[in-house]
Design a protein around this ligand. Structure first.
Ligand code: ATP
Length: 248
C-alpha cells in the first residue's frame, strides 16, 4: 500500500433529469493499492457515485453539476467512458452484464479488446484469470447466459481483469449471491488486490462483509457521506454496529 491518491472525488453533486438531486456533495479518496468500500442502503447513491466517476451518467440523463473528479490528478469528468478505460479504470456493473450468447471464454476475451500486446500476453492473462476463478475454466465453453449468478459475477470480474486495469470499480458484488459465494468473491478481490496490485473501489450494501475485506470505508446516506474511516475502526463504531452491521 502507498499514500498515492489515484482517484479523488471532490464535493460532487449529481442531478438526474435536471431536477432530482441525488448526490449532495460527495467526497472520497481512493489510494493506490487499497480496497475502498462505499457503503450504504438501497438508494443511498452508491451506483450513482460509481457512474459519475466512469462518465456513465449521460445515458441516464444524469449530470455532475458541482465538484470535481480527478484520476492521477487529471480531471476526468468531462470525458467519455472510454477515456476512463484508457486510463486504466474499469467498472464492473451491478447485475453482471455478460454477453449471454457468448461462451465464458469469449466473454473474458472481450475484456482484452483494447490491448495491443498480442496473443501470448492475452493467453497468459486468461490463465491468470482462471487461476483466480477455477470454476470459470471448467465452464469456459458454456454459454454465459446459462451459468449461475455467481459464475456470471465471476465472468464480469474476470473480463475486467483481462483489460489489465489499474483500478476496478465494483458495484454490489454480493448482490443476489448466497453467503458462502459472497465470501468467495471477496476472497478473490483480496487476492487480486494483493497479488496483482489492483486498486478497488467497491459499492456494497453488505457492510458486514465489505468492512472485513476493505481497508477504508465511506458510508453514504441519502446522497451524503455521513461517516468514513479505516475499516477496522468502522467495524467497532457503535453507530455502525447498530445501524449497519446488525442488518447484514
Ligand atoms: P442500489 O443499491 O439500489 O443501487 P444505490 O445506493 O446504488 O442503491 P442509486 O442507484 O445511486 O443508489 O440511486 C440513488 C437515488 O437516485 C435513488 O433515489 C434512485 O431512485 C435515484 N435514481 C437513480 N437513477 C436514476 C435515474 N436514472 N433517474 C432518476 N433518478 C434516479
Amino acid at each position: 500500500k502507498s499514500d498515492t491518491t489515484l482517484l479523488e472525488v471532490n464535493n460532487i453533486e449529481v442531478i438526474y433529469n435536471h431536477v432530482i438531486l441525488v448526490l449532495k456533495g460527495v467526497s472520497l479518496n481512493v489510494p493506490k493499492g487499497g480496497i475502498t468500500a462505499l457503503l450504504g442502503g438501497n438508494g443511498a447513491g452508491k451506483t450513482t457515485t460509481l457512474k459519475a466517476i466512469s462518465n456513465l451518467l449521460k445515458s441516464e440523463r444524469g449530470e455532475v453539476t458541482k465538484g470535481s473528479i480527478t484520476y492521477r490528478g487529471e480531471r476526468v469528468q468531462d470525458g467519455s467512458p472510454a477515456d476512463l478505460v484508457r486510463k486504466g479504470v474499469i467498472q464492473v456493473m451491478e447485475g453482471r452484464h455478460c454477453f449471454e450468447h457468448l461462451t465464458v471464454e469469449e466473454n473474458l476475451l472481450t475484456g482484452a479488446y483494447t490491448r495491443k500486446d498480442g496473443r501470448a500476453a492475452i493467453q497468459a492473462d486468461l490463465e491468470m484469470v482462471y487461476s483466480y476463478f477455477p470454476r470459470l475454466k471448467e465452464r469456459r465453453r458454456s454459454q454465459a447466459g446459462y451459468t449461475s449468478g455467481g459464475e456470471q459475477q465471476m465472468v464480469a470480474m474476470g473480463r475486467a481483469l483481462m483489460s489489465r486495469p489499474e483500478t476496478i470499480l465494483l458495484d454490489e458484488p454480493s448482490m443476489g449471491l448466497a453467503p458462502q459465494l459472497v465470501e468467495q468473491i471477496f476472497e478473490i478481490v483480496k487476492s487480486v488486490n494483493e497479488n496483482e496490485g489492483v486498486t478497488f473501489l467497491l459499492a456494497e450494501q453488505n457492510t458486514n462483509v465489505a468492512l472485513r475485506y476493505a481497508h477504508y470505508g465511506y458510508i453514504l446516506e441519502s446522497g451524503r457521506i455521513v461517516m468514513d474511516g479505516p475499516a477496522a475502526e468502522l467495524r467497532e463504531n457503535p453507530d455502525v454496529k447498530e445501524f449497519y452491521l446488525g442488518m447484514s
